[in-house]
Design a protein around this ligand. Structure first.
Ligand code: GLC
Length: 467
């Protein structure tokens, strides 16, 4: 870490920290190159960190799909239950209920977690779908289960949990089929609901973007940049070499389809940190997570970690006597006390006195600041945010290069969802700078990026439909 001596000023140290978070064009290209290599390896070999999971989704929607489905979404701090009516014209109606997952269930046992989820499905059905129960005894509602963690998927509604990410740690669920864990608890409540599809949120994003904006060229990629980060894309079936060698797979290579959606699990790209940037602040953050050494790409990009990276830098500057001079606070020394929304807010304050930054630091950290301190904090925030978007851009460029899509099509469509992409000021422009650095301006111009709202609900419904 940068240490203060009597001659160093906050300005000098800030400049050095900003430099550490900088990612050069050459590094971005090295990241994309390695991404292409790891994509190939992951499609060929099982058990790679960047897992390249075949999802058994072999078609993407056209926009004409019809029907009403239930969808549930477990993947971040909230659990969502929704009913989705697909109107067949690219539009949908969505009704949803959100609940915070109690912290103790995130690190407890599988039965407690999944019975909590089933209970929320029961509550939703009895509040919103009474008519469902007036139907015949034999009517079963199909449910798409968005479960956004690495899964060893063996069929559209079968998959065992490889490992938890994003702060979850329910050990007795690892290695178990998460569809069965949920189905058992739904059955225990006598709900006539069938878990028909297991869907990663990135797959849902890809599906819902394809449904809602069917264009001349199909959507290639669904990306999440929220609590975690990941992407799914359409791959030629023949390229997924490990599918034909896997004994656990129930997929027949005689399938008439020629594509399959692959969930990359890019959060674990370059866990060995050969091409990813590393600062001592990243190392400190990694050590307070339940999975040190894993999800190293995610820990530099996604919302769960950006606030903690910032807090770590600010604490260091405070410890070296350069920031909040003579003061400190409990919040500043408590891991995870800063949310990523804090970075979005600091980034968007363009007032000369940085008044929102001032108020936010007073509320969230209970510390007062001088203008020069606030200017330094803003520069640090910009550096952390820019690095996140640049890395995300390099990975998107990696998928574009890996698929060679620009050799075949004049445009590529990318659907993105997640709080960082949606709310971080200027994030898409920063992604574009990175695409430009890796692919060149011409190719960058051929990449269409659009928000894919409610991907996990609508996408899961679409998967339940095709299941
Ligand atoms: C984590 C999960 C991944 C998910 C992503 C975004 O990286 O491992 O499955 O898609 O978060 O929620």
């Amino acid at each position: 870490m940068v240490s203060a001596t009597t001659s160093t000023s906050l300005d000098d140290v800030t400049a050095e920290i900003v430099r550490q978070f900088d990612v050069s064009d050459a590094s971005l290209r090295a990241i994309s190159d390695k991404f292409v290599r790891l994509s190939r390896t992951g499609l060929e070999l099982p058990d790679q960190a960047m897992t390249m999971i075949p999802t058994f989704v072999t078609e993407v929607p056209t926009g004409n799909e019809h029907g009403t489905f239930l969808a549930v979404d477990l993947g971040g701090t909230n659990f969502r239950v929704c009913s989705v009516r697909l109107n067949g014209d690219g539009t949908f109606n969505l009704l949803q209920a959100k609940s915070v997952i109690p912290k103790n269930l995130m690190v407890g046992n599988a039965v407690d977690l999944f019975s909590f989820l089933a209970g929320k499905v029961r509550d939703f059905i009895s509040t919103h779908l009474d008519e469902h129960f007036s139907q015949s005894e034999s009517h079963v509602l199909k449910l798409g289960f968005t479960f956004s963690f690495p899964i060893n998927q063996t069929a559209i509604n079968r998959g065992t949990l490889i490992r938890w990410t994003k702060g979850f740690d329910v050990q007795d669920a690892v290695g178990k089929d998460v569809c069965l864990l949920l189905q058992d608890q739904l059955d225990a409540l006598n709900l006539r609901v069938h878990v028909a599809a297991l869907v990663n949120d990135t797959v849902g994003t890809l599906m819902s973007r394809s449904y809602a904006s069917p264009g001349q060229y199909p959507t290639l990629l669904g990306v999440i940049i929220g609590t975690g980060t990941n992407a799914a894309y359409t791959e030629s079936l023949s390229e997924i070499k490990k599918l034909s060698t896997s004994s656990s797979s129930s997929f027949s290579s005689s399938s008439p389809s020629s594509i399959m959606v692959v969930n990359t699990e890019w959060g674990s790209f370059d866990n060995d940190l050969v091409v990813l940037p590393r600062t001592e602040y990243d190392e400190a953050v990694d050590l307070v997570t339940p999975n040190p050494g894993f999800q190293m790409f995610e820990k530099r990009v996604s919302g769960m970690f950006l606030g903690e990276i910032l807090r770590t830098v600010l604490l260091h500057l405070n410890n070296t006597g350069l920031l909040f001079v003579g003061a400190t606070s409990q919040e500043l020394s408590t891991p995870w006390s800063l949310d990523t929304s804090v970075l979005s807010l600091i980034e968007s304050d363009s007032s000369p006195e940085l008044v929102s930054v001032k108020a936010m630091i007073e509320t969230d950290l209970e510390l007062s600041t001088t203008l020069s301190e606030r200017l330094a904090i803003k520069r640090i925030v910009e550096a952390i945010g820019r690095r996140s978007a640049y890395l995300a851009g390099a990975a998107i460029a990696g998928v574009v290069l890996h698929t060679g899509v620009l050799d075949r099509l004049p445009y590529v469509d990318v659907g993105v969802d997640g709080s960082v992409f949606e709310f971080y000021p200027g994030y898409e422009n920063l992604i574009r700078e990175s695409l430009n650095a890796v692919l060149g301006a011409d190719n960058e111009g051929k990449i269409r990026i659009g928000i894919a709202k409610d991907g996990s609900g609508v996408g899961a419904a679409l998967c339940a439909l095709v299941a």
